[in-house]
Design a protein around this ligand. Sequence first.
Ligand code: AMP
Ligand code: MG
Length: 514
Amino acid sequence: MCVKPAYRFLYDGFTKKTDDTSRSMKTLRQLHFDNHYAKLPEICFSEHAPQPFENPHLVHFNADAAALIDLDPEQANTPEFLDFATGRQLPPGCRPLASCYAGHQFGQYVPRLGDGRTLLLGQVRNDQGESWDLQLKGSGTTRYSRGGDGRAVLRSTIREYLCSEAMHGLGIPTTRALCMTGSDEEVYREQIETGAMLLRMAPSHIRFGSFEYLYYEERHEDLRTLADYTLAQYFPDLLDTENPYLALLDSAIASTAALIARWQSVGFAHGVMNSDNMSIHGITLDYGPFGFLDAYDPGFICNHSDHSGRYAFDQQPGIGLFNLSCLAQALLPLIAPEPEASAEMAKQSLDRYQSFFIDAYSANMRSKLGLRESHHQDKALCESLLDIMAASHADYTQVFRHLSETDKLDTLCDLFIDRDACKSWLHDYRARLRLENSEPEARSRSMKQVNPKFILRNHLAETAIRKARDENDYGEIDTLMRLLKNPFDDNPSFDGYAAAPPDWAKSLSVSCSS
Ligand code: AMP
Ligand code: MG
């Protein structure tokens, strides 16, 4: 039996962080809901009512995400909000639907996936005119559940909730988490767990697979309608280009390359980079068995079910290109009337992905090393650091953060088993720094803005999950939310959260089961 826990609201960070204090905050009733996705052809979605849990309770509410839709955070305390966040009672204008998509899963095309446990409730437009999708995950079965129970468990919901906000704190584009609710309803996975729901937000949840579905079903007119809708709603500037459909592909290529360059430089592995988990906006979408690197291992596989290592950390940039080529294939009928011309244009666009990625990744890594200028030896300098980190199993985040403490460079080698290799690298690094003569204090300040001290290490998420699951204590979730919101701050009283994983965490494994 789950005892409803006392929930603490902590708005201190929120009031400090809101830049536009003149913005008027609204009650749930004052928000204007709509669902423009429901205007797409019927093949694109299926309407369903959410299937609520008995006796749900709020696990956590994220005032920062609420601010994006002008929602007053005090609303979290109201029964109306709980009814909304658990799908029991939806405000007027909501029109819950499961969207239909397909996708390449582990390289194989799967003809019909769709939202099997998620409903798009609708969109809210904020005072700035931005439209935000509100999607409820864990809300019960849909036409696309394919034998699944339509539920999400508390464990995986906490992981997505924490990670999406941690990614946002790192400045990495992502879906956002508005709130999480729990229940005492049993959900069966590898063991019996309790069900939970996540209310998440994004400009849209349109995936590469949304286009693939219509392409492979040979519904090319519907495909055009979806592309026109995507352009008009989210990329109106592209409508003025010579070929808007090609421009949509180009936009996905550029934003995906930039996104994966951010993942690689912060040490994030997504775990299930199927094309149905890739956003047309180039934001991180669908958190499952993700993982941040602890000890640097380029071949790190965070998904226990990924036996071949298809989605290993160092494979992500290449998989990004594979997924973009799936999207390009789906857009071919729109790009040009003649198949050869269309394929040639798409190919030319895809050919640019590699240089977009390399340029973005190199710039990120130069900033992480505190280098303002670009010199020919930088690539080798960075690669040799990564090589010695891999050989010494050095902690990825700690090494770069330590490097940012420009007055403590000598102690960097304490993080390496092979101290001589580290000393030799430091010798080259100092020589490189002399070329641009940067002032150490200023360099340290800027490096600390790109080298986080705190990331959502697996063991930190696991501790929060265990406290929530076993003791109904959500305090650790709240602590992590506040800490990871500002991962670049020193926060010395939280030094323990920056440590490498303890021994008990080494055997943790994460699978797709969520
Ligand atoms: P994911 O791994 O969460 O990206 O999901 C892959 C596909 O499986 C999507 O179509 C999901 O909607 C579906 N799915 C995942 N878990 C469930 C579940 N418990 N019940 C129904 N469908 C699910
Ligand atoms: Mg998915």
